[in-house]
Design a protein around this ligand. Structure first.
Ligand SMILES: Cc1cc2nc3c(=O)[nH]c(=O)nc-3n(C[C@H](O)[C@H](O)[C@H](O)COP(=O)(O)OP(=O)(O)OC[C@H]3O[C@@H](n4cnc5c(N)ncnc54)[C@H](O)[C@@H]3O)c2cc1C
Length: 387
């Protein structure tokens, strides 16, 4: 007798964040059960409940632009499909450039985005001020703006998916640590967990920042690196800021939620890996306060309500890692989503579900773990990986 409803499942998903849950929903609706999602924490305890809620389609590669465009369409329909209001608001994303190199980067991104049919605009400093009068544009040389990018609240996304998975018959085993990935006859065979063992002929690794650890447990190491990122929310202000703003120089990003809080972060270097846990640091608070009050002076007298951190799960080329591992049949990757797994979750989870069901997806090779199994790692392809 174990702590699970049954001793054997067809599919076990490790990780009950937005990727694991959404994949479970697709698979359950396709009749692929029985399915169990195993997570050692609680719903929203991982990055899926710790992110900035940003959803953008401005990317450097056509691959990511396509995933993002499809995901925006899915987020627009989330309320209808799942019955939860995720407060999806398409106020746009505004990227600020201060140097020639950054302007060139925006032009490269603009080309990729326009080639996929999305009308991203290049703005001069005075047009930026028209769009967001509150910004101090001193030193800003230009910007890129796409009006259909936006933000949503992460928590109702997780709640909606949790409820949809439950209703579709998925067993949800939170508070359950996965300690081993079982093998038999050269393929994956199940899990050992803190609640006892379970058999499964398919295991999906949707463990976010911990997916490298889970892959190692399965005996199939991957080059994913967990990196800790910090974020904060201020006291509320009357609504005045429509777009998410990102400054290329330091990765400063912020948006205003519908409650009026400013939510944002910027890159502070922490040693790679998950050992640090997920605290907030004084270095981040100091640097963030300096950066945001310079660009958005109206925040100067605001108090910080909350600050927290979480893990990005980064691949060497900045693209997700999706699909079956040739070294261990039955073991599927659904990870490597960096700082953008929330916004890409709809498209990524649909592709993972198709791969698990043995159905083809576009660009399978570009997303496959096989790209990391050669003598040299691929060069960075998607470099616009913050905010
Ligand atoms: C500060 C910050 C800001 C971000 N901002 C954005 C943004 O604006 N837009 C965006 O798109 N993305 C953003 N991201 C990234 C985004 O949050 C993630 O890419 C996304 O949530 C990944 O979802 P996931 O389901 O793969 O991982 P998670 O939500 O992290 O879920 C993984 C789960 O695996 C579980 N797990 C791990 N190991 C085990 C084990 N051994 N046994 C059992 N369970 C295990 C964990 O408990 C966890 O719940 C941000 C991330 C951070 C940290």
């Amino acid at each position: 007798m174990t702590g699970f409803a049954r001793p054997e499942y067809r599919i076990a998903i490790v990780g009950g964040g937005v990727i694991g849950l959404w994949t479970a929903v697709h698979l359950a609706r396709a009749g692929a059960g029985p399915i169990v999602v195993v997570d050692r924490g609680f719903p929203s305890g991982g990055a899926s409940g710790r992110n900035g809620g940003g959803i953008r389609q401005q990317w450097e590669t056509a691959l990511t632009v396509r995933l993002a465009r499809e995901s925006v369409a899915a987020y627009r329909g989330f309320g209808r499909e799942f019955g939860y209001n995720i407060w999806f608001r398409q106020g746009g994303y505004l990227f600020l450039a201060e140097s020639d190199a950054e302007i060139a980067s925006l032009d490269r991104v603009g080309q990729a985005v326009r080639a996929e049919g999305l009308p991203v605009r290049r703005l001069a400093p005075e047009q930026i001020s028209d769009l967001v009068p509150a910004l101090n544009v001193t030193g800003v040389r230009g910007a890129a703006f796409l009006h259909s990018d936006g933000t949503a609240y992460p928590f109702p996304v997780v709640w909606g998916l949790y409820e949809a998975a439950r209703q579709a018959g998925v067993e949800l085993a939170y508070g359950t640590n996965v300690t081993e990935i079982g093998r038999a006859a050269g393929r994956v065979a199940g899990l050992a967990t803190s609640r006892g063992p379970l058999a499964a002929s398919i295991v999906v690794n949707a463990a976010g920042g911990w997916s490298g650890d889970v892959a190692r447990m399965a005996g199939v190491p991957v080059p994913n690196v967990a990196s800790r990122h910090e974020i904060l929310a201020t006291e509320p202000l009357k609504p005045f800021l429509d777009p998410m703003v990102i400054r290329l120089r330091d990765g400063l990003y912020f948006s205003q939620t519908m409650r009026g809080e400013i939510v944002g972060g910027l890159g502070v270097h922490h040693p790679p890996g998950t050992r640090s846990g997920m605290p907030s640091s004084m270095e981040f608070l100091t640097r963030m306060a300096r950066a945001i009050t310079g660009l958005l002076p109206s925040t100067a007298s605001l108090g910080i309500l909350r600050a927290w951190s979480g893990f990005y799960d980064e691949t060497p080329d900045g693209l997700p890692m999706l699909g079956e591992d040739p070294r261990l049949p039955g073991f599927f990757h659904a990870n490597g989503l960096g700082g953008h797994g929330f916004m890409l979750a709809p498209a990524v989870s649909r592709r993972v579900a198709r791969l698990v069901l043995g159905q083809p997806i576009e660009s399978a090779a570009e997303f496959s773990v096989a790209r990391f199994l050669g003598a040299t790692l691929p060069a960075p392809a998607e470099r616009l990986t913050f905010g």
